[in-house]
Design a protein around this ligand. Structure first.
Ligand code: ATP
Length: 586
């Protein structure tokens, strides 16, 4: 990212982040001016110490000068303390608000934009970019501002003591500028890769813990450790590279300062001896110079560090600016519409080479229960992803109740479709909370009913807290079958018009599956249901079977007709040999 680009992003951040916090910032400016004023006064007081007390040999002056020094130090400390608190508040408030905003923006992106990205990667971006916003704003408006104020105050003290020498010391500024801009360019280059490396560090670590059972049972500890160590080393090398660059500012500045002091000592000796300059003036100048040295060092260091944060801020704004969903959202709703589902000559491909679905054409009426079947890779998951509009088909259109999905408001679609997938995801909360995720308005009775319909009754009776039992992260406290039933209860609570059961009963025993399906028959006669299934038992409950082969729909018939006439179907469900042209199961 170029310096010009980072500048644009930096300005944009300041424009967004400063106005809502202007009152706090005003208070901080008062404190910074206080610190700068008292720091300059402290440097100036050395002139009084040397001239009024030591040169004049006046002991009584020592009292008022001492009182003055104590008073000035007190003022500097007070304003410094209040300013540190304000800048910490400022930092936290900006970090939190941008982390919240970034999380929202990421979550609003459509499913395709997450393909191939690790969840830990997303979270590391939220953390890193949010912190970079805090560092940028506090660095630019507080750290830099404060040090510049202090530097200007001390320069004023130096000017008062010796204007010529002050101007001579200013020749180091172009040198400082050159050093700082060289280091800044190098930091910007190095900072870009830090985001990816931090993401990889979290992703590799999280992967090992998420798959801990696989790691243990296949003895993959060594592989996981070596992958993690590689990620840590790569991150460490990169971070060290950045530290080497940012840390170079301080010694380089010290070297320049040392040269100036050396020149000044010779000049001051000559001035004091030949031109009658007072030792107090010499002391005040050198003190102001030495004190100015620290803020000048900090300014260059802060500036170089800012470049790194600005690269992260830039990355964050690039993410903000990417449209969350490139597809247009419709405006229509599905009120009072029957959930007839139609695919009109639909084709879809993930990549140009081969179509995952080719010319799919069918119409299902409200109340149709359809088993979507086919060999692995035939296109079943793609078909249900299209129904949920995770993707749009490149050819043809899909309609619910006669309305093209592209004309529907996305919320209308979400409200009317419930998906229960094989790998049910549960949030870390109670069973009741997870069921209520299907319908936040559901009453306690409705939650209870959904749980009973999903055959959770017997299980709940064994739990001291019943529905209020915590399920653990992603339902890790439940068995696979219990988790699936909570997922089914959540979908039932939603009262959608179209249900998609994607191998949703795969972890259930035959009896529980049968009871759930019988409940569905009672409660959901008018609902359109798609079952993606490999289980013959489910076929007893459907009135149609949609057979997919290599992306083509080759049949849509009742299970009876399919069994009597379709050899591919019999090969899939009734253990007959597949016909010659059937593809091999993946
Ligand atoms: N995200 C993707 N990117 C590229 N190709 C994909 C993607 N997802 C699926 N495919 C390809 O699309 C085709 C259909 O895949 P799909 O997952 O829909 O099949 P499926 O019938 O659900 O298989 P299974 O029963 O194994 O889940 C396959 O050839 C698959 O390799």
């Amino acid at each position: 990212m170029s310096a010009a680009e980072t500048r644009v992003y930096g300005k944009r951040l300041l424009k967004e982040a400063m106005p809502p916090r202007w009152k706090l910032y005003l208070l901080s400016v008062v404190c910074m001016l206080g610190v700068a004023g008292f720091t300059s006064a402290l440097a100036y007081s050395t002139r009084l110490i040397v001239n009024d007390v030591f040169v004049a040999e006046d002991t009584s002056a020592a009292y008022y000068v001492a009182a003055l020094v104590v008073g000035v130090s007190l003022g500097k400390s007070f304003f410094g303390y209040v300013n540190s608190i304000i800048s910490a508040m400022f930092n936290r408030s900006i970090v939190s608000s941008y982390q919240k905003l970034l999380f929202r923006k990421l979550l609003a992106k459509d499913v395709r934009q997450f393909a191939g990205k690790h969840a830990a990667m997303q979270m590391s971006q939220v953390k890193l970019f949010g912190e970079a916003c805090g560092k940028t704003v506090v660095g630019a408006t507080n750290k830099l501002f404060l040090d510049i104020m202090v530097l200007l105050g001390l320069l004023a003290v130096m000017l008062l003591q010796d204007p010529l020498m002050t101007l001579l010391s200013a020749v180091i500024f172009p040198l400082i500028f050159f050093i700082v801009s060289t280091l800044s360019n190098r930091v910007r280059g190095a900072a870009g890769a830090e985001t990816e490396l931090t993401g990889a560090y979290f992703a590799v670590g999280a992967e090992a813990f998420e798959g801990i059972k696989t790691v243990k049972s296949y003895g993959l500890e060594k592989k996981s450790i070596s992958k993690f160590e590689e990620a840590v080393t790569a991150l460490e090398t990169r971070l060290l590279g950045i530290v080497k660059i940012t840390s170079a500012t301080v010694p380089l500045m010290e070297l320049l300062g040392g040269i100036v002091i050396g020149v000044f000592v010779v000049y001051a000796a000559w001035q004091t001896i030949t031109n009658g300059k007072t030792p107090g003036e010499f002391t005040a100048f050198i003190t102001a110079f030495l004190m100015a040295y620290q803020p000048a060092e900090r300014i260059s260091k802060t500036w170089v560090e800012l470049q790194k944060s600005l690269v992260h801020v830039g990355r964050m704004f690039e993410l903000f600016d990417e449209p969350s969903d490139q597809r247009k959202d419709g405006t229509k709703t599905l009120h009072d519409v029957s959930p007839a589902l139609a695919f009109n000559d639909v084709s879809f491909f993930y990549n140009q080479k081969s179509k995952a679905l080719d010319g799919i054409d069918f119409r299902l009426e409200a109340g149709d229960w359809v088993a979507v079947v086919g060999q692995s890779g035939a296109g079943k998951s793609t078909l249900i992803d299209l129904v949920q509009r995770f993707y749009d088909p490149q050819e043809g259109c899909i309609e619910i109740g006669g309305t093209d999905l592209r004309d529907l408001h996305h919320q209308a679609l979400r409200d009317n479709i419930a998906l229960i997938s094989q790998d049910v995801f549960l949030f870390d909360g109670t069973i009741a909370e997870n069921i209520r995720d299907g319908n936040p308005e559901a009453t306690d009775e409705e939650v209870q009913k959904a749980a009973l319909n999903a055959q959770l009754g017997d299980f709940l009776e064994t739990l001291p807290n019943g529905l209020d039992t915590a399920v653990g992260p992603n339902g890790k406290g439940l068995s696979g079958g219990q988790k699936q039933r909570v997922g089914i209860a959540r979908a039932l609570a939603k009262k959608a018009k179209i249900y998609i059961f994607d191998e949703a009963t795969s972890a259930l025993d035959g009896e529980n599956e049968r009871k759930i399906l019988e409940t569905l028959v009672r409660e959901m006669a008018d609902t359109t249901i798609l079952f993606v299934t490999h289980r013959p038992s489910t076929l007893d409950y459907v009135n149609k079977v949609l057979l997919l082969e290599k992306g083509h729909m080759t049949a849509l018939e009742s299970p009876g007709v399919m069994r009597a006439t379709n050899t591919h179907y019999r090969a899939l469900f009734h253990n007959e040999d597949a016909p010659q042209d059937a593809q091999t199961s993946a």
